[in-house]
Ligand binder design. Structure first.
Ligand SMILES: [Ca+2]
Length: 161
């Protein structure tokens, strides 16, 4: 074991304890409220596949309108994805705020479990808001401007105080 002097030991213990307290405080105060639910399946992208695994093409973007009952800066998008290969874009009220990461598999044509994207906004939101999920360009296009084709379902938006 590494030798530590007393001062260093106290400092290390203080860091460990402050971490534990910070986690405990977060659990106690974070109260999330579901403000949007949609259980249907949507195919986003730019190609229509004649396959029973794919819904007919919805378009490049999915739009969710929701109401925020108190002012907040943190938003959680929860959903399941199928075939997501690009860093697809999440925007709020017309501004790009985050990306929906790829599924991380070579051939990701299967449904994931719930995935969560924690979004921290630059400014507070309240009242009517509009979140969009849009297909981004793929890394290895099959034609110029090829966008990712993927499906989403069980979409939830949650907010935290
Ligand atoms: Ca495509």
């Amino acid at each position: 074991m590494m030798k530590m002097n007393t001062k260093k030991k106290i400092f290390a213990i203080a860091i460990i304890f402050s971490g534990v307290f910070a986690i405990a405080a977060q659990t106690a105060t974070a109260k999330s409220v579901v403000v949007y639910t949609d259980n249907r399946t949507y195919h986003l992208g730019d190609e229509d596949f004649q396959s029973r695994n794919w819904k007919s093409l919805h378009g490049e973007c999915y739009t969710a309108f929701f109401d925020v009952p108190f002012s907040t800066r943190s938003l959680i998008l929860k959903l399941q994805t199928y075939g997501a290969e690009a860093k697809n874009r999440i925007s709020l009220n017309g501004e790009w705020v985050d990306t929906l990461p790829p599924q991380g598999l070579k051939k990701p044509n299967k449904w994931t479990g719930y995935r969560s994207v924690y979004i921290t906004l630059d400014s507070y939101i309240y009242g009517d808001d509009k979140l969009k999920i849009c297909a981004a360009r793929v890394k290895y296009p099959e034609f110029p401007g090829d966008k990712d084709d993927f499906q989403i379902r069980k979409i939830r938006i949650m907010i935290e105080r």
